[in-house]
Design a protein around this ligand. Sequence first.
Ligand SMILES: CC(=O)SCCNC(=O)CCNC(=O)[C@H](O)C(C)(C)COP(=O)(O)OP(=O)(O)OC[C@H]1O[C@@H](n2cnc3c(N)ncnc32)[C@H](O)[C@@H]1OP(=O)(O)O
Ligand SMILES: O=C([O-])CC(=O)C(=O)O
Length: 372
Amino acid sequence: MTTARGLEGVVATTSSVSSIIDDTLTYAGYDIDDLAKNASFEEVIYLLWHRSLPTQAQLDELKQQLKESYDIPQEIIEHFKMYPIEKVHPMAALRTTVSLLGLYDDEADVMTDEANYRKAVRIQAKIPALVTAFARIRKGQEPVAPKKEYGIAANFLYMLSGKEPTAVEIEAFDKALVLHADHELNASTFTARVCVATLSDIYSGVTAALGALKGPLHGGANEQVMKMLIEIGSPDNVEPYILEKLNKKEKIMGFGHRVYRQGDPRAKHLREMSKRLTEQTGEPQLYDMSVEIERLVTGQKDLPPNVDFYSASVYHSLGIEHDLFTPIFAVSRASGWLAHIMEQYTNNRLIRPRAEYTGPDMQKYVPINERG
Ligand SMILES: CC(=O)SCCNC(=O)CCNC(=O)[C@H](O)C(C)(C)COP(=O)(O)OP(=O)(O)OC[C@H]1O[C@@H](n2cnc3c(N)ncnc32)[C@H](O)[C@@H]1OP(=O)(O)O
Ligand SMILES: O=C([O-])CC(=O)C(=O)O
């Protein structure tokens, strides 16, 4: 048996959802650069779930289905109110309440393709309301009901603040959702596929994926990037801060990637958005610091930024609280998880690798009163 630590380089499944080939990312064959420029998040959801871009009628139908499912059960609002709120991270709240949503779905354990698609629509539609309701309740505010005329991006911003978002904010947020929607067999998607490959239900798969996304080596990195920008404080402090971290062999959040070597194609879009938005909000130093960090980390370690690096200053510029950055990633990535879960069901085999044993040799049981 050969051991691949972290499964590096192991091809664990076939998939037609997305690909990373020679540092180019595609969703069902469409280059991410093309989609970032032209597609809406709802179009991308359709693309990931059907592997083709929708006609206008197909897009309208999906949007309608999503809108009909925007609301979350009142029981979940009441549940949020029972949390020890000051101690609960929004990713923990989201992970818990996606699982809870399954209790209120009569089809939770119905395993037909049609029922799974209907549940995918419901989960995708409700995650924004879960994130924004929790974000408000923890501040003593009532949740804001979704507006049926809004798409997912506009609705998220609206439900979070209770104010009408501007066209610039909606466009930026929608593009961020497009850029984060899927990424081949990343850790959270793999987790989802492992879970549902036991023929467990779709809520279990998304709940498991949320647990994996939460970690700082994966989706949780975007919140850590913002923490670092705040700690650094000013462009002058970037060099001593980064060099000290690198000397101590600490990781710089938002850099490096298991698959990309030349760089993450999504980062340049977020970099450009960060420049524009930080200028508009009067905090250009956040972008300046980010660029200086990139120059140093790339120069010293040859590690380019990943999707999480510039997304931090983008979300901050949209007025979003920093511990909501990873839940926002989940709002988008749910679309990819759901595509992969449905793909796994249609061509399922249990996922069960082996471990190379490194424990003690065969031993004889010793009764407890004879142990030294
Ligand atoms: C959406 C996403 O999930 S994108 C990734 C988000 N995560 C982060 O930004 C966290 C920081 N980055 C990392 O921890 C890693 O680059 C990962 C987890 C993304 C990829 O990890 P792996 O492929 O397992 O690489 P691994 O952690 O083994 O690193 C290889 C080498 O590069 C170094 N390295 C990797 N990333 C970084 C970093 N961000 N800062 C400093 N050094 C790094 C490691 O210290 C290691 O050095 P060594 O060989 O001298 O020990
Ligand atoms: O693919 C990965 O390993 C992590 C990543 O960039 C993502 O999930 O978007």
